[in-house]
Structure formats: C-alpha cells, structure tokens
Design a protein. Structure first.
Ligand code: SF4
Length: 600
C-alpha cells in the first residue's frame, strides 16, 4: 500500500475507533467441515452453533460472540482475538487491520452509520465445505485433508518434539463432503441464498474445492442465477486429473459471464522440484503446470494468485519456482494477471525456515537477487512487483535466537516416520533434506541423555539405530517415570501410538518391573495382542501369572479387563496352576480373577 493510502486508511479507522477493523464486519472464513468460522485468517477460529444456524442462518455472522467483539471494537477496546494485529502495530508496522480495512470489499464498512453490531452481512465470504483432498501437504492437518485424516487414523500423529497431525475425537467426526445432511453445509446454502446479493467476493477453499460436490452444486446454481457484483474465487491445488478439470471448466463456461463480475484462481506451490512435490505430498508439477496453463488459456480475464508457503523441505527449489512464475507472467494476457505471494510457516515449527539460516542463507540470497534483477521498473516490462519481493523477504524469517537442534532432530524423526508411512527411502530425498536428516540422526546418537528433553527421547527411542543407546534411553525414561518426574500417561500415550509404527518390545519387560509402570506395560501388551494375538498372548499369560501376587494393587481391575477382552484360551490351559496360586489370596481383585478363570 502506498504511503498516502496508509495514512488515509489509518485516519479513517481512527475516526471510527482506535481499535476499529472493518474486517470484523466485512469478512468471514467458514470451515464447515468442523463447524468453525474465522473473522480473518489471523483471528482464532470460533465454533458455530449447529442448532442456532438451523433456526437462523444469519447466525453464521451474527451471534453473541461477534456482537460483543464488534461492540468492544467500537468502544476502542483491543480485543484479544486480534492480538496478531496489535503486536504488529506495537512494533510500528501497518497490520492486516489496515490492509483488510483498505480492501475494496471493506469500503462500505468505513462509514460509522453503516456499523450495526447485529444483522451484519459480510461482503467477503470464504467457504470450505469439506476436507476432501488428494494431497498430504506436510504442513497441513487432518481437518483440511481427508488423505491426512486417513493416514493419522491408521498411524496416529507424527511423534516429534511437538506431535504433528493429531486426529483427535473432535476431528474424527468431520462433516464430510459426501454427507447429504451436513448441518453446516445445508444451513450455509440457506444463508447464501438469502444474502449472496451482498457478497462482493465469494471464494471456495477446502480440502480441494474442485473435487467437492458442493462446488458443482454452486456452479449449477450460478448458471441460472446472477451474482453480477461478485468476484468468484476458486482455490485449487491443481493436482486434479485433467478430466476433472475439463468438467469443471465446461460447467464454468456454461455460466453467462454477466452472472459474475470476475473469476479468480488461487493455487499453492512452494518450489519447483522434488522438494516441492515432497512438501505437498501427492503433487506432480508437470500436471500442475498443465492445469495452470489450461486455466490461463480458458480464462484470459482471470487473475492467478500463487501462494508459496516457504518451508524447509521445498526451499532449495524456491528459486526454480520464481523462474517458473516469471515464465507464467510472460504468458499472461494482462499486466498483473499472475503474482506470487510468499508466507512463512509458524506451525509445525520443524518446517519453519526460522532455524535454517546455516543451511539456506545462500538459497535466500540467490532468490532475492533473482527477484531484484527481475523487478519490473515500468508499465511495459513483465517482472516481479515490489510486494512480491517484500512478501518473500518477510516470509524468510531466519531467527538466530532459535537453536536449530530441535528442528534438525525433528526432520530426522519426521522423515523416519514418513518413510514408514509412504515407503519413501531416506536415500531418495532431495540432497539438502538428506543431509539434515543424517545430521539429525548423528545428533541423537551423539547427544548426552540430559541434553535432550525426555519428551523427545520417548519419541526418538524407536528410531535410534544403536541398540545399546536405545537401552540406555529406555532405562533413563523408566527412572523418570518411576520417580514421577515424567508423567507415565504422557509416555504411555506415545508408546501406545508407536505400537502402530516402530515399537521396541523391550519396553514391556522393563515397564513390568515397577508397580507404577506395570499397568502401562499390560496396556501395551494388550495392544500387541490385539495386533498379533498368536505372537503375544503367551507373554500376556506369562506376565499375568508372574504378577498375580500383585493383583492387589490399583491396576488389577484393568488387567482383568484385558483378560476378559482377550479370549482366555491360554488361561484355560494353565487353569490349575493359576487357580492354585489364587486360592490362598483374598483381595477382591484376586477373587474376581479367580472366578473369571474358574468360569472360563
Ligand atoms: S484486527 Fe486483525 S486480526 Fe482482527 S479482524 Fe482485523 S485483521 Fe483480523
């Protein structure tokens, strides 16, 4: 934004209220698959009341939470939901509050008389109907990618210093594209029919919108109905098969151009090479390029915005991406038809560039030099805009205060688990990633026990190649569990997840040695029995008999449950021996086990 525009928007906002932001009235991002909304991409998500929107669809953008926030803003209060903007402004920068309030679709909300706190209809609507997506981008999550949700359901999250891709209960019940009675999608449709005349921008996100049936429903609707004031935007990962893109294009072409103001396309790619395909797992760049060129040919009046989420895996390929974008720009039909906007990764931490200065500074300088060399000085020259350079610089947030150790080790742990889930050999990784993975492995092997957090050791132990080191780590963890310094259930949660991945059976005899960790051992053994009964039930028998004398402590009840759940064939075989042992014991749990076995 130009200096003068900065000044005028700041004055306009100040005139209404010191903390006023038009986006609180003009913009809504709806994640219908989880029944959540955001006021903008920076504000935290808010749950949408499923009952309320059935009775009154206006509640999508008008409920008590938003009413209170708007009232607070008009009183000049800095609401906590907008902390990202306050932080940016406190450090003397313009924030998204200025950018979004200056957007054309916010202009009508810069007049105080237009500012109600209820019955507000936004002018900018972004909507995702479901998480259906064929890609598994490394920085994405289960509620935005059905493919990641499926993988997390099978393997659990990636076990790193900060676990990644949890599929917790709430996410398991995602409202899927297919489900006809998707309460949020049906309510959205009623709300859309009532209000679409006020929308200046309607943008479809996902999941992958082009494979969502709700998008095709919208296209059928738009063929017979007009939104002549609205710019319609479609996000797409452009990894869809050509045939699917064909049917999407033919449907779009059947819509009279008078039924919309403009069509825009938004896509994402983080580099141009193997790393970029790995970072957005499932993406094939040749198909992406084919689909991109196709859309540019079919929709010469549309704008194409490329979002690049700069990350550790794809950054070595980002220079090639800028070269590719310049190629697209040279094919464009009008001045700023194609533009690239780079964003940093905040989460997951291990994919953020902030710890990679030692590895990637050279790449950063090369890319910046290339952009600078191709900045378009005048109207007639095809090249990069200053905002494209500025977003790139802002996104490469090297931070010397961050110790790269955690990132390096997490990259090793991530790709060790990635290999197991996707069958990608570490040897096949791009050279830069391969060297970081190797370094991570060495760091773990060389690290002193006390140099690494116990949380990371619990997660890293299965991936360490040296058995004696693993033994040392297991004993260290056990000591912390027994002393209570580390929460047994935290460790157990990880060990139980790793049962589906790479699990060291040695944990069971170790945990059996102490009454504080014994139940954990039985839980793990029970899981192994479920997984492979023939292989593990003899162990279960062995440990139940070995610890029968302890069936007087606080975890007997659970162990009896396990015996119940696993048919007791092995117990029947040993019945006499076990019954003899139990006969003289009097504790209620022992008597319960006695009868359980007696009756089996
Ligand atoms: S103040 Fe910032 S965070 Fe809050 S709604 Fe506006 S742009 Fe979003």
């Amino acid at each position: 934004m130009s200096e003068s525009k900065n000044k005028s928007i700041s004055e306009k906002l100040e005139k209404i209220a010191p903390s006023f932001c038009a986006a609180k009235w003009s913009q809504v991002l709806l994640n219908l698959q989880v029944g959540e909304r955001h006021n903008c991409c920076l504000a935290p998500s808010q749950k949408i009341d499923a009952q309320l929107i059935q009775q009154n669809p206006q509640a999508f953008f008008n409920d008590s939470t938003l009413k209170e926030e708007r009232e607070a803003m008009l009183k000049g209060e800095k609401i906590s939901a907008c902390h990202v903007c306050w932080k940016a402004e406190e450090s003397g920068h313009l924030s998204d509050r200025h950018h979004k309030s200056a957007a054309t679709w916010s202009s009508k909300f810069l007049e105080k008389e237009n500012l109600k706190t209820e019955g507000v209809i936004p002018s900018y609507v972004e909507v995702s109907f479901g998480n259906k997506c064929q890609l598994m981008c490394t920085y994405c999550n289960p509620h935005n990618s059905s493919s990641l949700a499926k993988e997390s359901k099978k393997y659990g999250p990636y076990l790193l210093s900060q676990d990644h891709n949890w599929l917790d209960k709430e996410n398991e019940e995602l409202f899927l594209d297919e489900n006809e009675n998707h309460p949020y999608a049906t309510a959205f449709w009623n709300w859309f029919i009532q209000n679409n005349k006020n929308f200046e921008v309607l943008r479809f996100t996902g999941g992958e919108p082009l494979i969502s049936k709700w998008i095709h429903r919208f296209l059928d609707w738009l063929k017979d109905n007009s939104m002549e004031h609205a710019e319609i935007g479609f996000n797409s990962n452009l990894a869809v098969p050509v045939e699917l893109l064909d049917s999407f294009i033919s449907k779009l072409k059947k819509i009279p151009t008078s039924h919309y103001k403009k069509i825009n396309f938004y896509t994402s790619v983080d580099g141009w090479g193997k790393g970029a395909e790995l970072a957005r797992y499932g993406l094939k760049l040749d198909l992406f390029e084919k689909n991109f060129n196709r859309l540019m040919t079919e929709f010469p009046a549309s704008t194409f915005r490329i979002t690049s989420t700069l990350n550790v895996i794809a950054f070595p390929d980002t220079l090639e991406l800028f070269k590719k974008v310049l190629e697209f720009k040279n094919k464009s039909n009008f001045k700023d038809q194609v533009a690239i906007v780079c964003y940093p990764i905040h989460y997951p931490r291990f994919l953020s560039l902030n710890w990679t200065k030692d590895f990637y500074k050279k790449h950063f300088e090369e890319i910046l030099h290339f952009i600078e060399k191709n900045i378009n000085e005048d109207e007639h020259q095809i090249g990069f805009y200053e905002f494209e350079r500025d977003f790139f610089k802002k996104a490469v947030n090297f931070d010397d205060t961050i110790n790269p150790q955690e990132g390096i080790i997490d990259i090793f742990l991530y790709f060790s688990q990635f290999k197991m889930r996707k069958g990608i050999e570490l040897i096949d990784l791009p050279i830069e990633i391969k060297s970081i993975v190797k370094l991570g492995q060495e760091r773990l092997l060389q690290a002193k026990i006390e140099d690494i957090s116990i949380n990371t050791w619990v997660r890293a132990e299965p991936w360490i190649s040296d058995e004696s080191k693993r033994k040392l780590i297991r004993e260290y963890i056990l000591s912390k569990l027994v002393s209570g310094e580390h929460n047994i259930w935290d460790a157990l949660k990880v060990l139980l997840i790793s049962v589906n991945q790479q699990f060291s059976y040695e944990w069971i005899p170790l945990l059996m040695t102490h009454y504080k960790t014994r139940l954990g051992a039985f839980e793990l053994l029970y899981r192994k029995c479920i997984e492979n009964k023939d292989k593990y039930q003899l162990d279960m028998r062995h440990y139940v008999i070995e610890h029968i004398n302890h069936f007087d402590d606080y975890n007997a009840k659970e162990i009896i449950q396990y015996c119940r759940k696993l048919d007791l064939k092995w117990i029947r075989e040993d019945k006499e021996n076990i019954l003899a042992k139990l006969e003289e014991l009097k504790h209620p749990h022992q008597i319960e086990l006695f009868h359980l076995i007696k009756s089996s």
